[in-house]
Design a protein around this ligand. Structure first.
Ligand SMILES: [Zn+2]
Ligand SMILES: [Zn+2]
Length: 268
């Protein structure tokens, strides 16, 4: 099994909140006071939410979530604008620039989903891992049906980035997805060994150069012959996951690697 026990250093999971150590009644009082002082806000637009709402989004933001549906490229999942009876491979897949076997994303990286992911990743709203991972269950099960998946692998962060952020957003999603898919997580085999600047604002070519050689395998023997579900929050040009897949296949001999992300940027 390609799994390992999560630790703070490798997973970036936040420490147990101190409120968990209080007796139940005191913890409830603290939570109610916190709700009074800090009423919950919509993860999409920041407006206060009615406290009885269980979703993290207001009804407006929930309505404007844009999910990716067919038709899309059968390999990389990029959506097509027009209906077509038998979707063909996209130009990127025909030119062979992707190294993964298949990729799927739940929604478009824009509007309320983009805001939610920003609040999750940069705003430290880690409780959003649960609803975001929930969106990954159906496409995750679909990928697991099409490919024999042995483990979920979150795209790793560089240790310096992990210290800055306090958590790895992909690891938090993986933790929530594990039980739904009943597939173990391998946190440790793949590592980000080289510091890279954020990819934002870079062209595809610059992104490829930026992440080249950024990943390495700590334990190649653990991925040999394995089917891997690589998990990340956003798929932009695919250069980051491409580098991971190259290392997993070329250096580790992984059998197949499929990619699952919450959102995907689509030009135009
Ligand atoms: Zn909203
Ligand atoms: Zn494609």
């Amino acid at each position: 099994m390609g799994s390992s026990k999560p630790t703070l250093n490798t997973t970036g999971a936040p420490k147990q909140k101190w409120v968990h150590h209080l007796p139940a009644a005191a913890a409830r009082l603290v939570r109610e006071l916190a709700l009074f002082i800090y009423p919950p806000t919509c993860a999409g637009c920041g407006q206060p939410l009615h406290s009885e709402r269980s979703e993290p989004l207001c009804s407006d933001c929930l309505r404007t979530l844009e999910f990716i549906a067919e038709p899309y490229c059968p390999v990389c999942g990029i959506p097509y604008a027009k209906e077509m009876p038998n979707p063909h491979l996209c130009g990127d897949c025909l030119s062979g620039i992707h190294h993964f076997d298949r990729a799927r994303s739940t929604g478009f990286y824009r509007g309320s989903l983009r805001e939610v992911l920003h609040r999750f990743k940069y705003g430290g709203r880690t409780s959003l891992a649960r609803p975001l991972a929930h969106m990954l269950i159906a496409p995750g099960k679909h990928l697991a049906r099409l490919h024999k998946i042995d483990c979920i692998m979150p795209v790793p962060l560089h240790p310096k980035r992990l210290r800055q952020r306090g958590f790895n957003q992909a690891s938090l999603l993986a933790q929530r997805l594990r039980s739904a898919l009943n597939i173990s997580i391998d946190y440790a085999s793949l590592q980000r060994s080289r510091w890279t600047e954020p990819q934002t604002g870079l062209t595809r070519r610059q992104r490829a150069t930026n992440v080249r050689g950024a990943f390495r395998l700590k334990t190649p023997e653990k991925v040999r012959g394995k089917g891997i579900l690589l998990l990340d929050d956003v798929f932009t040009t695919g250069e980051t996951v491409n580098q991971c897949v190259r290392v997993l296949k070329r250096d580790g001999g992984a059998r197949e690697v499929v990619v699952l992300t919450v959102a995907r940027t689509v030009a135009g």
